[in-house]
Write a protein that binds this ligand. Structure first.
Ligand code: AR6
Length: 179
């Protein structure tokens, strides 16, 4: 860990290893798995996660962009997985920032509703979905700070960056932050 305040941490690594209350998955609207962090979470967490996702799909037909659903974490060390669907980057004129911001807000709200105090996020949309990392870092950090300023149920948010570029952009965005 190279950055930490009382409510925010930034780490480089694999989100599937974290023993927090909830880890967030950058899923797709089918909720049935994929590559990237989604693939890593389903692989490490085992079939229980997919079984719960299938039940959610049967009930509500997947998950829309910007929304979030919660399942067990299966064999993972966290208690829950919150699956959210980030926007595909389309040049920035298709409400991508608002949709990405909604991913963070809805995930944190769902976490709080389920009694979670610590929540870890990957860099949603910055892989396959092509969101520019620098802008995504701004949206992620500013949205989380605003949420934390209004909600006292979430005690810790951990930004988990898998790659150096995302790590440096989030670190830059967090510099000087004191919450
Ligand atoms: N821990 C933390 N972050 C990770 C890990 C990991 N184990 N593995 C990858 N990342 P992506 P998206 C980072 O592509 O852009 C999937 O197929 C990675 O470096 O996983 O939202 C879904 O099913 C990147 O910065 O998600 C969807 O179809 C970040 O996670 C689609 O990809 C997000 O990259 C979603 O695309």
């Amino acid at each position: 860990m190279s950055y930490s305040t009382s409510k925010i941490e930034l780490i480089k690594g694999d989100i599937t290893k974290l023993a927090v209350d909830a880890i967030v998955n950058a899923a797709n609207s089918s909720l049935l798995g994929g590559g990237g962090v989604d693939g890593a979470i389903h692989r490490a967490g085992g079939s229980e996660i997919l079984e719960e996702c299938r039940k959610i799909v049967a009930r509500q037909g997947g998950c829309k962009t910007g929304e979030a659903v919660i399942t067990t974490a299966g064999k993972l060390p966290s208690k829950f997985v919150i699956h959210t669907v980030g926007p595909v980057w389309n040049g920035g004129e298709k409400d991508e920032a608002e949709k990405l911001s909604n991913c963070y807000i809805n995930s944190l709200q769902l976490a709080a509703m389920n009694g979670c105090k610590s929540v870890a996020f990957p860099n949603i949309s910055t892989g396959v979905y092509g969101y520019p990392k620098f802008v995504a870092a701004q949206v992620a950090v500013q949205t989380v700070l605003k949420f934390l300023s209004k909600n006292d149920k979430i005690e810790k948010v951990i930004f988990v960056c898998f790659d150096e570029e995302n790590y440096l952009f989030v670190q830059k965005e967090l510099s000087g932050v004191k919450v």
